[in-house]
Design a protein around this ligand. Structure first.
Ligand code: ZN
Length: 241
């Protein structure tokens, strides 16, 4: 079985399409949220995902676009993009996004957007933060998103959680260790690398590979300009910030 793991697509259809093409063929797609927000093609991204063998959780931007989180908690550019997104969403897209749970377990893997401890809002930037989430779930593997940064947090028994670089890109899910992994953002990476980020999980081989691929961000930028989305969001894409 081959599982494509994606997160933080943020209505960036060009990036999503490139990732799906690069990862194909795959058996399942797992997405840990923020399908919409920031970008120019929320309905197109929802439609594309809805046609896949998908399991997905809701992100804070998905919930913000649905009016389930107050928009004041988002920064001004994110808020402006969420207002635009809320207006643009079709009835079908709203239904799809409303169906997303905040956490789910599939194939003995926990999916959530922020952290197991606080699935919608907590950012896992450090092993100290991740440490507090390991007691909250029972599975060996948890997949998250939210920070837009690829990350590997691992924990052995009672030892303190450690963060290790995702290098080499093929990570082995070793027996006796538990992991919280972030595949990095498909539609708005923030680690200084503009390329779309995703992961491929091969449960039978116990490996998760982090992969980066180029996509035509100028296409997304043009559509953002046409939609009147904030310039700061347009300018950040080539920088991966
Ligand atoms: Zn996000």
């Amino acid at each position: 079985m081959k599982v494509l793991v994606i997160t933080d697509i943020h209505s960036n259809l060009a990036a999503l399409r490139a990732v799906l093409e690069a990862a194909a063929p795959f058996d399942k797609v797992w997405c840990t949220g923020d399908i919409v927000g920031y970008g120019p093609e929320p309905n197109e991204c929802v439609e594309m995902l809805a046609g896949l063998p998908l399991r997905a959780t809701a992100g804070n931007h998905d919930l913000g676009a649905l009016g389930k989180l107050p928009l004041q908690v988002f920064n001004p550019a994110a808020r402006a993009a969420l207002r635009w997104t809320a207006d643009a969403l079709t009835r079908e897209s709203i239904q799809f996004l409303e169906s997303l749970p905040r956490t789910l377990v599939t194939d003995d893997t926990l999916l959530c957007h922020g952290s197991p401890r606080e699935p919608v809002w907590e950012y896992l930037f450090s092993p100290f933060q991740a440490e507090n989430s390991f007691p909250v779930f029972a599975q060996q593997l948890c997949l998250v998103g939210h920070t837009h940064l690829p990350a590997v947090f691992r924990k052995a028994g009672g030892a303190a959680c450690e963060q290790v670089p995702w290098d080499p890109p093929v990570l082995t899910i070793e027996e006796g260790l538990r992991f919280i992994l972030n595949p990095g953002s498909t539609g708005q990476p923030r680690d200084g690398d503009h390329r779309a980020s995703f992961a491929v999980y091969l449960p039978d081989r116990h490996t998760v590979e982090n992969i980066r691929i180029n996509y035509d961000f100028s296409l997304t930028q043009r559509k953002m300009s046409q939609a009147g989305l904030p310039q700061s969001l347009i300018d950040r894409l080539p920088w991966g910030l």
